[in-house]
Design a protein around this ligand. Structure first.
Ligand code: SAH
Length: 233
């Protein structure tokens, strides 16, 4: 089984490279892909660079060029649901692109013709994440993740995202990766650790907690791999 592990920023992938220091690397489309032998399986790791376009390209490369059969996104996000505190984890129950707007033609916000507002992750991967959470004794929220090409750092924008999309967390890559995986029929899971609360202090919080939150997410993914891969040996 070949599994893709994707992050957006270097800091989100560094914890994995420390865990698995024996890799070969290959460049495609301006990104480095790290290939790691993991028991009888293979991991393909990359950080895409920030945003929906970069992450869509990386996810596509991992699937079409490297033949990845499942994808797990590991990274950080802004919390919108007040239950989410810095360092908490969320997996997406569904994802949307909140910055898609062709409402001028009577379509709902976030809707693209021949597509849908929400894209749904793989229920088996999400179930494995819940098992890991239970084992670790941590609460893992399963909620709506809204993605768009902006760093959200205001209470007004938070309210807007909650009102229009019932979003629990916001980031800049999940929905684009979800779309690619959905269209290419590759099961996926989007995991995020909270780095900030997407409010007026989000930038300061992000800088302070990025590394810690990225590590939390990576540790969790490693535990998911340990549960997932024995099923395919
Ligand atoms: N400090 C960085 C930019 C970070 S952009 C720099 O200067 O280069 C924020 C990244 O973390 C994105 O990859 C996004 O997916 C995630 N993220 C965390 N908090 C977010 C928020 N409040 N709004 C949007 N994205 C957020």
């Amino acid at each position: 089984m070949r599994i893709a592990i994707l992050g957006a920023m270097r800091e989100e992938i560094t914890p994995f490279l420390k865990k698995f220091p024996n890799y070969t690397q290959e460049e495609v489309g301006g990104n480095t892909f790290y290939k790691i032998a993991y028991r009888e399986h293979e991991l393909v790791l990359a950080y895409s660079k920030i945003g929906k376009v970069h992450s869509a390209l990386s996810a596509s490369s991992m699937i079409l060029k490297f033949g990845c059969e499942k994808l797990i996104f590991s990274g950080v996000a802004g919390g919108l649901n007040p239950k989410l505190k810095v360092g908490d984890l969320i997996i997406a129950s569904k994802l949307c692109q909140y910055d898609v707007d062709i409402t001028a033609f009577g379509h709902p916000l976030g809707f693209i013709p021949e597509s849908s507002v929400y894209i749904y992750p793989d229920s088996q991967l999400n179930a494995i994440a819940q098992e890991v959470a239970q084992q670790k004794g941590i609460a893992l929220m399963e909620g709506v993740i809204a993605s768009g090409d902006s760093f959200v750092a205001s209470s007004e924008k938070k309210k807007w995202l909650i009102k229009n999309f019932q979003a629990d967390a916001v980031e800049m890559e999940g929905a684009s990766v979800a779309n690619v995986c959905h269209l290419l029929k590759v099961p996926f899971c989007i995991l995020r650790s909270i780095s900030d609360s997407a409010d007026g202090e989000a930038d300061v919080s992000f800088d302070e907690f990025l590394e810690h939150a990225a590590q939390t997410s990576a540790d969790f993914v490693e535990a998911m791999l340990e549960k997932l891969l024995p099923q395919f040996t």
